[in-house]
Write a protein of this length. Structure first.
Ligand code: PRP
Ligand code: URA
Length: 209
């Protein structure tokens, strides 16, 4: 069963509140999302396995720790997921990056695929899918399905704000995928927007409205 991790560190909650305010502009919105993504990245990568490695400091020999073998990939769901990529990359600079392009049809709210470019060895990697908004869950579920069709078996979903409907859907369709969120909001409105949410994440990141 999917584990739901709500990362409610005070720094994250504080930054998220500023992001939610309607008067916060694109520049601050982007910067805060970047900062939160790096902070969330600590939790998403908390259980990565370590192995001993012999090294030499300027003073003596010692046994240090290194992350063992497990290679990572970051897969943002375009567009808004891009806003969570750089924070994670700062933490894991060697991670490869794939892109999945999806947009929600305005009437049906169902996701439509328009792009998919993934690292060739994606199936050997621990994949962190990023998207700030988990609303109906359609986009995240489709992205995860596409990754599984390409052989991925270790997938984590990192979002900022989730609605109960979207969380339930991911848990049902992909019980093997852990979800990481900074907040669980109340419900979806008639346009399938998260309430209270933060509005349209893509538009706020890229200033398109
Ligand atoms: C938004 C958001 C998610 C999706 C969430 O993308 O970034 O990808 O909606 O909704 P869901 O859980 O109901 O699928 P949008 O379709 O607005 O595209 P954009 O990121 O390009 O703006
Ligand atoms: N997509 C967004 O950007 N915001 C929502 O609240 C729901 C879907």
């Amino acid at each position: 069963m999917t584990r739901l991790h709500v990362i409610n560190h005070p720094m994250i909650q504080h930054k998220l509140t500023i992001m939610r305010k309607k008067e916060t502009g694109s520049k601050d919105f982007r910067q805060l999302l970047d900062e939160i993504s790096m902070l969330m990245g600590y939790e998403v990568t908390r259980d990565l396995p370590l192995e001993d490695v012999r090294i030499e400091t300027p003073v003596s020999k010692m046994t240090g720790k290194e992350i063992s073998g497990r290679k990572l990939a970051i897969v943002p769901i375009l567009r808004a997921g891009l806003g969570m990529m750089t924070g994670l990359q700062t933490l894991v600079p060697v991670a490869k990056v794939g892109h999945i392009g999806l947009y929600r049809d305005e009437k049906t709210h169902n996701p439509v695929v328009y792009y998919c470019k993934l690292p060739l060895d994606i199936q050997e990697r621990l994949v962190i899918v990023t998207d700030p908004m988990l609303a109906t869950g359609g986009s995240s579920c489709d992205a995860i399905r596409m990754l599984k069709e390409r052989g991925c078996r270790n997938i984590r979903l990192m979002c900022l704000v989730g609605a109960p409907e979207g969380i339930e859907r991911v848990q049902k369709e992909h019980p093997d995928v852990d979800i990481y969120l900074a907040a669980v909001d109340d419900h979806l409105n008639e346009n399938a927007y998260i309430v209270p949410g933060l509005g349209d994440a893509g538009d706020r990141i890229f200033g398109t409205k």
